[in-house]
Design a protein around this ligand. Structure first.
Ligand code: PLP
Length: 392
């Protein structure tokens, strides 16, 4: 092996280390839940996306294991060859019903759903207007598109309207946004965005990875919560739904188009049928999961209230994503290490995941956390916040 190859890479990683941006892996040695064995020690987890606890739900696990015994563990091909089973079809029907659209299409995950839509749907001559805080998979999808991408300021309707006015010559305009922003937990003003889209004849694409299962009377997501029907609804089954897979929901024409043109759909082995069965079961639990969502809301409120009381300025977004902005990357890492020493697992989130100077602990709370666990988190944040002069 060429030594200079490894040297070159080592230098590049060293640069990251110098900026406080070095990342390492942690190993979970037990099932997902509020308490997890991390690297051999039991920790209370305040950073998982398993908001409703469904990733370890017995009903969901049983559905997966039954179908795994019947259908095997791998799907053996892409959907258009040998990888299409009744469980894929059933789940797509279920998702369409859940999102109240004509049809839906499964992808292997949300990342690939975003890439598959954004790289195929907008054409050359079109413009994509993208929120500055959109998820990396939306950004990558825009990069692969032949359309021009223009970034508008985060949830800034004035800037968005300005950019809609400036792009009237484009063939088509697409506005693309997270429903719930993954690192800030705030909700996109979809009702106003839809109005602007109507006024300027633009199409709207919403990635509701974090709203799905959480927001709205039946947990259908941000669009149910704000009573809107965008042209394209993208989502993932890997957050509140607790399984794995991405999806697009919309008209029959949209889904038919994606089956024919979306490269991340066409050229990928389909999800295992057992995982699809698990998702079907999980969506069942979610639609009837008012109690789970109520428990979650109580916990969101308890964390936000607790942190506000001890002096943190919280945004209060009503979603399970509760960012504790630290600023400096080193300090955010230090904060996370000190939490770890106090039995709490919540890693630091740093650039490029968030903007420079906005490193944070992305606290997430789930329906399963107890009030004792939440109090332990708040007490730890008070001690550490004072020691690191984060609380002003
Ligand atoms: C997590 C996430 C995705 C990716 O979904 P996966 O199923 O994990 O690939 C896409 N968009 C947003 C906003 C996310 O938070």
């Amino acid at each position: 092996m060429d030594q200079s190859f490894d040297c070159w890479l080592q230098n590049r990683v060293d640069l990251l280390k110098n900026k406080g941006l070095y990342r390492t892996l942690h190993t979970m040695n037990s099932s997902p839940g509020p308490e997890v064995n991390v690297n051999g020690e039991n920790k209370i987890v305040f950073s998982s996306n398993n908001y409703l606890g469904l990733a370890n739900d017995n009903r969901v696990k049983n559905a997966a294991s039954q179908v795994a015994h019947e259908f095997g563990v791998g799907s053996s091909g892409s959907r258009l060859t040998t990888g299409n089973t009744k469980w894929h079809a059933r789940l797509e029907e279920r998702i369409a019903q859940f999102k109240q659209t004509e049809a839906a299409l499964l992808f292997s995950n949300g990342y690939l759903a975003n890439i598959g839509v954004l790289s195929s749907l907008p054409e050359e001559g079109d413009v994509i207007l993208s929120d500055a805080f959109n998820h990396a998979s939306i950004i990558d999808g825009c990069r692969l598109s032949k359309a021009r991408t223009i970034v508008y300021k985060h949830v800034d309707l004035i800037d968005l309207e300005q950019k809609l006015m400036e792009t009237q010559k484009a063939d088509r305009r697409f506005i693309v946004t997270d429903g719930v922003f993954s690192m800030d937990g705030d909700i996109a003003p979809l009702d106003s965005i839809m109005q602007l889209a109507k006024k300027y004849s633009a199409y709207v694409i919403v990635d509701d990875a974090h709203g799905t299962g959480i927001l709205g009377e039946f947990g259908r997501g941000t669009c149910e919560y704000l009573q809107v029907k965008p042209d394209v609804m993208i989502g993932t089954l890997s957050k509140a739904v607790g399984t794995e897979g991405g999806f697009v929901a919309g008209s029959k024409e949209l889904i038919d188009f994606l089956i024919n043109q979306s490269r991340t759909f066409i050229f990928q082995t389909s999800l295992p049928p057992s995982v699809c069965a698990a998702s079907c079961q999980s969506l069942e639990v979610i639609v009837q999961g008012k109690q789970l969502r109520n428990a979650l809301v109580t916990n969101i409120w308890a964390v936000t209230e607790g942190l506000t009381k001890i002096g943190y300025r919280m945004k209060g977004t009503n979603t399970p994503i509760i960012p504790l902005i630290i600023g400096d990357s080193y300090k955010a890492v230090k904060f996370s290490q000190m939490l770890h020493e106090k039995g709490i697992f919540a890693p630091a989130i740093r650039p490029p995941t968030v903007p420079k100077g906005e490193s944070r602990i992305r606290i997430t709370v789930t329906a399963e956390h107890t009030i004792e666990e939440i109090n332990q988190l708040v007490d730890a944040c008070e001690l550490i916040g004072n020691e690191l002069s984060v609380i002003r």
